[in-house]
Ligand binder design. Sequence first.
Ligand code: PAF
Length: 282
Amino acid sequence: MKKLKIIRTIKEMVAWSNQNKSQNKIGFVPTMGYLHEGHLSLVRTAKENSDLVVVSIFVNPTQFGANEDLSTYPRDFERDISLLENLEVDVVFFPNNQEMYPTGYKTWVVTDEITSILCGKSRPTHFKGVTTIVSKLINIVNPESMFMGTKDFQQLTVLKQMVQDLNFRTKIIGCPIVRENDGLAMSSRNKYLNEIERKNALCLSESIKSAQKMIKNGEKSPNKIIESVKKIITKKSGKIDYVEILDERTLKFTDSIDEHSRLFLAVYIGKTRLIDNANLNV
Ligand code: PAF
């Protein structure tokens, strides 16, 4: 088996990248650890499309709001490493907070408009943390391509906008959502769900399927679909943060359903906030 290198400092990560960049395509998967099959599928795609693969594990404090789950966010470094070793990843970049945000840190990367809707409404500082840390990670790892999941569709859109606006050379590759057999989108936060909540959490994927069926049957009104989705969620005790249908290219509202219509959901199941999304025309 290939030897996995664990790098903890920016200096060493930059040196490794400088040494390998000219001869190899570097693929990069940024994560916050507690890896699941969704992350592993990103790693596999990165491997298929790159010569060398770097995975970062960093629970980024600046993307958590004051009352969010930073302190309880699940972590299991040993397990993550053994999963990545099995996939023959080349490097795990595992910096600590002081390395990424040293005392006196002052600089932020902010993307406008598309960060104040959907998740940005209830998590107003979240995307500023994401764009900042991902800018730093791209500069440190200097990858050819970065692989990210579509479950965080808004995050993917924001980062594509940032890369375009700030002329980063790294390409962002969006990869499909990976689901449990019963349809629940994989997420590290699924760990928070108890047995009953785990069953109720199916209301997200079930309401997506039902919306897709309505459209197949000819429904064209976003409002009617949204109302029906809300009913399915509240019936399973889900507390709605948002249910929206937007044009997936612009994240703007649409009057009528077309091939670009995407349903976006954020729902509290108990105390756990889950998100999901899907194009409605399948
Ligand atoms: O999607 C995530 O896990 C995080 O938001 C990311 C992209 C690793 C930045 O911390």
